[in-house]
Design a binder for this molecule. Structure first.
Ligand SMILES: CC(C)(COP(=O)(O)OP(=O)(O)OC[C@H]1O[C@@H](n2cnc3c(N)ncnc32)[C@H](O)[C@@H]1OP(=O)(O)O)[C@@H](O)C(=O)NCCC(=O)NCCS
Length: 204
C-alpha cells in the first residue's frame, strides 16, 4: 500500500470513491459523477492545497484533501460560479427524483439556522492552520487504521509547512466521523445548526 500525491489522472477513481462512499447526508451526494470530477479538478490548480491517496495495486482505497483554508474556499466558490447551470439542472432533477432532498436542504439551511444559535466552546486563534476538507476511506476497508494513516500523513505535511493546527468540520449526524476525529485527538471548538468544528494541535 502506498501514499500517492493525486493528480488529474486520478479523477475517475476519485469520483468513483466519492460517489460510492459519501452518504446521502453529504451536500455533494446528488451530483453526477462528471460534476464531482469538475469539483475535485479545481483543487489541483492551487498551491498550498494537498490531495493524497492510499493506493493498493492500482485501486484507490482512500483520499484526503486539505490545506490553506482561503484557497479551499476559493476553489469551492469558483466551482459553484463556473458550473451554475449544470448544478441548478442537477439539483432540479434530484428534487424531482427525491423530494426529500429539497425538504432536507430547506430544513437545515433555513429552519435550523433560525432555531439554533452558534455555540463557541473554546476561543482559540486557529489562523496558522491547515484545514481538512474531506477524507474518505472505501467502505470495504474501514476500521483498519487507513483513515488514521491519511490524517497522520497530512499532519506531517502541515508540520513541514510550520502550521500549528489542523482544523475541520463535520456534520452532527456523521457519527462514525465524529468518533474517528475524537479518537485521533481532535477537539471541538464550535457547534452550529449543522456541524461541529474541530481542531488538533500539531506536535512540534
Ligand atoms: C471517517 C472515516 C474516514 C474513518 O476511516 P477509517 O479508516 O475507518 O478509520 P480508522 O480505521 O483509522 O479508525 C481509527 C479509530 O477511529 C474510531 N472510529 C472510526 N470509525 C468509527 C466508527 N464507525 N464508529 C466508531 N468509532 C470509529 C475508532 O476508534 C478507530 O479505532 P479502532 O478501529 O481501533 O477502534 C471513514 O469512516 C469514512 O470514509 N467515512 C465516510 C466519509 C466521511 O464521512 N468522511 C468524513 C467527513 S469529510
Amino acid at each position: 500500500m502506498n501514499i500517492v500525491k493525486l493528480n488529474e489522472k486520478h479523477l475517475d477513481l476519485i469520483a468513483k470513491l466519492h460517489k460510492e462512499n459519501f452518504s446521502e447526508e453529504h451536500t455533494t451526494f446528488y451530483l453526477r459523477e462528471e460534476l464531482i470530477k469538475e469539483y475535485y479538478r479545481q483543487f489541483f490548480r492551487e498551491d498550498e492545497i494537498f490531495f493524497l491517496g492510499l493506493e493498493d495495486n492500482g485501486k484507490l482505497l482512500g483520499i484526503i484533501l486539505g490545506g490553506n483554508k482561503n484557497k479551499l474556499a476559493y476553489c469551492k466558490e469558483k466551482f459553484i460560479k463556473d458550473h451554475k447551470k449544470s448544478l441548478t439542472k442537477n439539483i432540479l432533477v434530484s428534487t424531482v427524483a427525491k423530494p426529500k432532498f429539497i425538504y432536507k436542504l430547506f430544513y437545515e439551511r433555513i429552519i435550523l439556522k433560525f432555531l439554533y444559535d452558534e455555540k463557541i466552546k473554546k476561543n482559540i486563534d486557529l489562523s496558522n492552520s491547515y484545514n481538512i476538507l474531506s477524507i474518505v476511506i472505501d467502505k470495504s476497508k474501514r476500521r483498519k487504521g487507513l483513515g488514521k494513516i491519511l490524517i497522520y500523513e497530512f499532519e506531517k505535511l502541515a508540520k513541514k509547512n510550520k502550521k500549528e493546527f489542523l482544523t475541520l468540520s463535520v456534520r452532527k449526524s456523521n457519527e462514525s466521523a465524529l468518533n474517528f476525529y475524537k479518537k485521533i485527538g481532535f477537539i471541538p471548538y464550535k457547534e452550529t445548526n449543522i456541524g461541529i468544528y474541530f481542531y488538533k494541535k500539531i506536535k512540534i
